[in-house]
Design a protein around this ligand. Structure first.
Ligand SMILES: NC(=O)c1ccc[n+]([C@@H]2O[C@H](COP(=O)([O-])OP(=O)(O)OC[C@H]3O[C@@H](n4cnc5c(N)ncnc54)[C@H](O)[C@@H]3O)[C@@H](O)[C@H]2O)c1
Length: 393
């Protein structure tokens, strides 16, 4: 006899780029084999009627609205995914939590540390609410293989690690400004708010929590045209390079975090590389089929290329030798979110926890102070210790 499948009604607030991606992932749910939960997208909110029109193609959607409070008042909704500007995170995430709905929140989980900490405090008042933050890159099969290798002790004593996310969509200085390029909407942390969760998710899950940081932040394009063509301030940092110190049993090692909106030649690349006294591992979404593993044998060192197929954390109908991509990673992230919510994630890789999201903001705040002072800055660290263990609802 097969176990009953739990149907979960999902609502989306923010039907832009990521809201549509989430809807498409839910529509592709039958690709998952034997997942214990079946999400059904029933309600969507966006302040733009144009954005809402796209969701008319989703047959399960019965509510479209420009007021997100309509979703919060809907007793049939179990889970809300929110993908809006960073300056709106705190208000909307807080209202979702206060309404008792489970939340998959887009990064950076509040515009800054104070907002994230307040949200964490609100969660204490609503312990029944399950909250996780989005970050899909480590769900690429190659990333999972690399993380398995590290967790399995394949590195020995860690020598160094790098986690980077790069694109170059801001290389064209004549590209019109958007909310993502303005401090008041994106946050003081700039690109760290935009791309930072992608680079800390895997290190944090490995228990690699920085105790200090030296940051180089770059504001490469100070002005951009607005919709009318007038030049307006483009006042966010485009690129951030953080050299962090991580303490391990064998001693501290450097963890370099790169977040770049202007990295010529890159389109949307997450890379992870780590070496140790007994081996190494390297993966990049630029070459999604290849994972490189350093093998040390009788004094000889060789980077061996393993070719990955389609299978990640949750098995799918996709042929195991077929290729994988961004939308597959989004589907896997949702599968992990709903499995953890149902209490059946077990030891599989999960989404970013609220404590990890707050820790990321702690790191960005220290990075801003480091850049200001041109010196390494300690990252307040006590709360990080609670991040390594199994995630609990
Ligand atoms: N996980 C990822 O890979 C990834 C990628 C891009 C963006 N993001 C994150 O997703 C979030 C949204 O980014 P995006 O690229 O989808 O932005 P977007 O601008 O494409 O979409 C945002 C949508 O929110 C709507 N909106 C604005 N105010 C609203 C309100 N009060 N109620 C309801 N809807 C409202 C807008 O009309 C717009 O359609 C951000 O937090 C961003 O950092 C994540």
């Amino acid at each position: 006899m097969t176990a009953a499948i739990e149907v979960v009604n999902v609502g989306i607030i923010g039907g832009g780029l990521m809201g549509k991606e989430a809807a498409a992932a839910i529509a592709r749910w039958p690709a998952l084999l034997d997942h214990p939960v079946r999400p059904r997208l029933t309600a969507v909110c966006d302040v733009s009627e144009g954005a809402l029109r796209w969701f008319e193609r989703m047959e399960t959607v019965t509510t479209t609205t420009t007021d997100y409070r309509d979703l919060l008042a809907d007793d049939r909704l179990d889970v809300v995914y929110v993908a809006v500007r960073h300056d709106l995170h705190e208000q909307i995430y807080g209202d979702v939590i206060a309404a008792g709905k489970d939340l998959l929140a887009e990064k950076p989980f509040g515009i800054d540390l104070a907002a994230a900490a307040r949200l964490l405090g609100l969660m204490d008042d609503h312990p029944e609410v399950f909250v996780r933050c989005a970050s899909e890159m480590p769900f690429f099969p190659g990333a999972q293989e690399a993380l398995r290798h590290v967790r399995g002790g394949g590195l020995g004593q860690v020598i160094e690690a790098h986690s980077t996310f790069s694109h170059s969509s801001d290389l064209d200085a004549s590209k019109p400004i958007s909310w993502k390029r303005q401090r008041k909407f994106c946050g003081d942390a700039g690109v760290m708010n935009d791309l930072g969760m992608h680079v800390v998710h895997a290190p944090f899950h490995l228990g690699w929590t920085p105790v200090s940081v030296y940051a180089i932040l770059q504001d490469l394009v100070p002005e951009r045209p607005d919709a009318a063509g007038a030049l307006v301030p483009c006042d966010t940092f485009e690129n951030a390079t953080l050299v962090c110190s991580v303490e391990e049993r064998g001693g501290a090692f450097p963890l370099t975090l790169g977040m770049k909106r202007i990295d010529p030649g890159q389109k949307n690349t997450w890379s992870f590389r780590a070496t140790g006294m007994e081996g190494g591992v390297a993966f990049s979404t630029r070459y999604p089929k290849s994972v490189h593993v350093l093998r040390i044998d009788r004094g000889e060192q060789a980077w061996v290329e393993l070719e990955m197929g389609s299978q990640s954390v949750f098995p799918t109908v996709t042929g195991s030798i077929f290729e994988t991509g961004f939308s597959d990673a989004i589907l896997q992230m949702w599968a992990a979110f709903l499995a953890e919510r149902a209490g059946v994630l077990a030891d599989r890789f999960g989404c970013v926890t609220p404590a990890e999201a707050v820790a990321s903001h702690r790191l960005w705040t220290a990075a801003l102070a480091s850049f200001e002072s041109r010196a390494a800055v300690d990252v307040p660290f006590a709360e990080h210790r609670s991040m390594g263990g199994p995630t609990v609802r």
